[in-house]
Ligand binder design. Sequence first.
Ligand SMILES: [Zn+2]
Length: 96
Amino acid sequence: MSHIPIRTCVACRTKRPATEMLRVRKWEGSISTEAPGGRGAWLCPNEECIEQAFRKRLLVRALRLESMPPDWEQCMARLLQEAYERHAESGTEEDR
Ligand SMILES: [Zn+2]
């Protein structure tokens, strides 16, 4: 098994393997989970952490965004959706 880096959630500060977390990157004045590079922040794939990161604007600070992305709410919705899908995937893995 290869070494898995440990990352810290920007919302709850919990340390987890990077593979279990959602990575958010600064991308063209907004944020993206699919950006090829750039400054990144990590979040637990759960509703609490994602909502906190957006509502308290923790991601703005973590990613050093110059301003609030205009699609902030959509970004949050997209991340919540990704977290939801992540849970659906890990659920099937546990069943094996
Ligand atoms: Zn967290």
